[in-house]
Design a protein around this ligand. Structure first.
Ligand code: AMP
Ligand code: ZN
Length: 113
């Protein structure tokens, strides 16, 4: 999709620090990390948010889960634990309107507010 920053990252039109990639998803370091490990997993198909994933596109969500398993092992946080965050919509604080999942870890995280 034109003018979508995460589509541009997926298409390598703008640079990012890629930590994982397969046919379905790309994962890269968040520009403004909130913890020692802060990675974004982005489906390569443009979908606005978790409310707008069509049935035939659920395979992308499966790919996200597989990527989480691989990346957290690779980063050494699978055992210690981590958080997966998906912000949706205005109250959820979603700033980029292309569905993405944050992997946050590498330290003991504070409790959810
Ligand atoms: P959200 O608030 O869930 O929409 O999160 C968007 C995230 O994307 C924020 O944590 C930003 O720091 C991150 N972000 C925005 N632009 C970039 C970029 N070009 N490369 C990496 N991360 C980015
Ligand atoms: Zn997009």
């Amino acid at each position: 999709m034109d003018d979508c920053i995460f589509c541009k990252i997926a298409n390598k039109e703008i640079p990012s620090t890629i930590v994982y990639e397969d046919d379905m998803v790309i994962a890269f370091n968040d520009l403004n990390p909130v913890a020692p490990v802060h990675i974004l997993i982005v489906p390569k198909k443009h979908m606005t948010d978790i409310l707008n994933v069509e049935k035939e596109d659920m395979k992308y969500i499966e790919a996200v889960v597989e990527a989480i398993q691989k990346i957290t092992k690779e980063k050494g946080i699978a055992e210690s634990g981590f958080r997966v965050v998906n912000n949706c919509g205005e109250d959820g604080g979603q700033t980029v309107k292309h569905i993405h999942f944050h992997i946050i870890g590498g330290e003991t995280l504070g409790g959810m507010a």
